[in-house]
Design a protein around this ligand. Structure first.
Ligand SMILES: C[S@@+](CC[C@H](N)C(=O)[O-])C[C@H]1O[C@@H](n2cnc3c(N)ncnc32)[C@H](O)[C@@H]1O
Length: 273
């Protein structure tokens, strides 16, 4: 496995993923009962940004700008940069941990030894967070359903195996939904040429789900199969009216991060009944 998230931390794809994720967790926190998150592909949790050019097209472009709709996300990133200078970028485990209330819980899976060790060190004094050095797909079998009735499975793989990854994801979603039918499943996916994703979307729409929402940010036209032109977060069984909360966030990302020809999408793949 070659993937190292440190080279991509804070890029436009991380910004979309993390802004959507934090809004989703805020919607869950609107009710008092506890929630659980399984982060199947967690990464190291915190990333040094020095020399990271990809962040220039993401968090660095938003830093210091005024975007009221992104305030929840930007506040969370600022919380890891105490002196106001953008030096570090928090990964999904740290962002989720920052949103936990007293009885909420996070389980992180990371297969590679170095990031898994970094995560264990990061959360050594945090009883609400469990870190597992293991295959996050297989962890779905072991960790679902959780005792908490509500929550999210975040699936954020490196897509090193390309098409095969989508087959694995579909099998995982099918299994996860069988174990936890009311769970929310949030899948990050890369966009090079968007039309190549359509067969996958058709198969997702046929899963036993109440609803499915697509949120996407294309920072430039999807006319090259060689570049990461954008990305999406697919949300299965999202909370009621999350689409309304996400609309201004996506608008701010379009205003802040797109080049000419870029676009956003907020669309029901399967609308709620
Ligand atoms: C895109 S990064 C995760 C980024 C993180 N979710 C975030 O938002 O900050 C993908 C991570 O998955 C890890 N990984 C790859 N295959 C895995 C697997 N089968 N199970 C668990 N982790 C895996 C990689 O080592 C890498 O750290």
């Amino acid at each position: 496995m070659n993937y190292q998230h440190i080279f991509h931390a804070g890029n436009h794809a991380d910004v979309l993923k993390h802004a959507v994720l934090l809004e989703l967790l805020a919607a869950l926190s609107a009710k008092p009962s506890p929630w659980f998150v399984l982060d199947t592909h967690a990464g190291a949790g915190s990333h040094e940004l020095a020399g990271n050019l990809e962040a220039d097209s993401g968090i660095a472009r938003l830093w210091g700008q005024h975007h009221p709709a992104l305030e929840r996300y930007l506040t969370a990133v600022r919380g890891h940069n105490g002196d106001g200078k953008l030096r570090r970028y928090p990964g999904s485990p740290l962002l989720i941990a920052g949103a936990l209330r007293d009885d909420d819980r996070l389980a992180c899976c990371e297969i590679q030894p170095d990031p898994a060790a970094a995560l264990k060190a990061l959360f050594r004094n945090e009883t609400r967070v469990g870190v597992h050095q293991r295959d996050g797909y297989a962890a779905i079998k072991a960790l679902l359903p959780p005792a908490e009735k509500r929550g999210v499975v975040l699936i954020d793989p490196p897509y090193e195996t390309q098409q095969q990854e989508f087959d694995t994801i579909l099998a995982t979603l099918r299994d996860g939904l069988t174990r936890w039918p009311q769970g929310i499943f949030a899948l990050w996916y890369p966009i090079k040429r968007r039309r190549t994703l359509l067969p996958f979307f058709r198969r997702v729409a046929a899963l036993p789900i109440k609803s499915a929402l697509l949120t996407e940010l294309l920072v430039r036209p999807d006319d090259s199969p060689l570049r990461l032109n954008g990305s999406g977060m697919l949300l299965l069984n999202p909370p009621w009216r999350l689409d309304h909360a996400l609309a201004p966030i996506l608008g701010a990302l379009r205003d802040g991060l797109t080049e000419p020809g870029g676009s956003i999408r907020l669309e029901w793949l399967k609308p709620p009944a």
